[in-house]
Design a binder for this molecule. Sequence first.
Ligand code: ADP
Length: 491
Amino acid sequence: MYIVQVASECAPVVKAGGLGDVVFGLSRELENQGHIVDIILPKYDCMRYDHIWGLHEEYNDLWVPWGGGSIHCTVFGGKVHGRNCFFIEPHSNENFFNRGNYYGNNDDNLRFAFFSRAALEYMCVSSKRPEIIHCHDWQTGLLPVMLFEQYKYRGMDRQRVCYTIHNFKHQGGGGVNILGAIQLDNHGYYLSPDRLKDTSIPNHINFMKSGIVYSNAVNTVSPHHAWEARFGSEGYGLGHTLYVHEDKFRGILNGLDYKIWNPEVDEYIPMPFGPDDFELKAYNKKGLRERLWLEEKDRPIIAYVGRLDDQKGVGLVHHALEYALRRSAQFVLLGSATSDAIKNLFWQIKHRLNDHPDVHLELSFDEELSHLIYAGADMMVVPSNYEPCGLTQMISLKYGTVPIVRGVGGLVNTVFDYDYDENHPPEERNGFVFYQTDVTALESAMHRALELWYTDRKGFNKLAVQGMRCDYSWRNSVKSYVEVYEKIKAE
Ligand code: ADP
């Protein structure tokens, strides 16, 4: 099959979180299984150009219809670690993708509505006719609308859309000016409740809802989160839309790219190791301590790696740090804040603990350091409020770092409690799970993990090795996506 992925991220060239990893890993495994994949991305000024090979002008004369006129774009081609990528660069006063960031601008809705349109226009005029267009998250929610309302009549009537939702909280949207910009002028038709109309804001369209309504297949990134979105509050207002479209909605667990996330071949860590020589992990712990100026002693290191965002349970992350210190453990945090309030909170904590020999907070995005932390830490806390899939716990498992997680979303599908999981025999268990959002629940799970580390090191290491043997590779997940592609292709 020929598949085009349209997304706002693809690791490592553009990565703000798990979406980037997923677009890259999914594409690589699809190619391993014999499919052809192109990836279309915005050409951001701030992406990691050092990860693009052979960047060149691929198509210089792309005119993207927009509002009352059109915007001239250049499409660049290049390989990102073997993947075929196309980067769209618009030439207009808005400077859509020259902002020094990926997200966080007042006109993000227009920026990505434009990107979706430009991706379609490029496919249309360059005669790319994939069987499947795979769209990701709110940024590309309007693409299937334009495909089936406009581009279908311009020779793209055989394409089918698979739409993957990585985070229901960020849905994208705006006023009818966006319909004008993408030249869908019949406002009454598009603003009806069963099409693009936002469920709560009058006269607004909702990008993610549009993606759900218009795509041929829709999924989120774990089976448990699919259930939560449909029946709980995790659909952030889209539960009813999912109910209406339940026949095409499901959960497919993300995979991990084990070519990148594998301690046996990881170039960013001082000592490779695997489940058969787990004792070598100790060298990485030493390396981590040296790098972050932590005191060398016989103590566990507990880590947090992730965005510092309300989604991730930042209050509990902070509490985990304090509790770790109370229990004489060491704590390492690598995170970038998504709001000024959270940034200030963690800078204050960092200043207060600056000279503490058992703590290090790194408040930035640092891919290389994250590898060393996964390899060197003993435990990883993931106390998320909600977690569509979560890659952190899957990476931790692969690196023999025992996850301590809140039982929500994809964490439920991947981490099985050492003491209490009734659905998995002891030899398949791999971590510690708590359910409530209060500090007592977190502490009780951390306590169980720490007790095991302090009193039964062999038992703890055995649990870590069991985690390393779990298979969360893309192989299985890609099978599920191919199943979906085959099904909608035949429709
Ligand atoms: P989300 O997509 O919600 O951010 P995931 O757990 O699905 O969370 O994916 C997070 C990915 O981003 C992981 O690969 C994690 O290692 C990486 N990551 C998050 N924050 C940072 C950071 N500050 N520095 C380096 N890597 C990070």
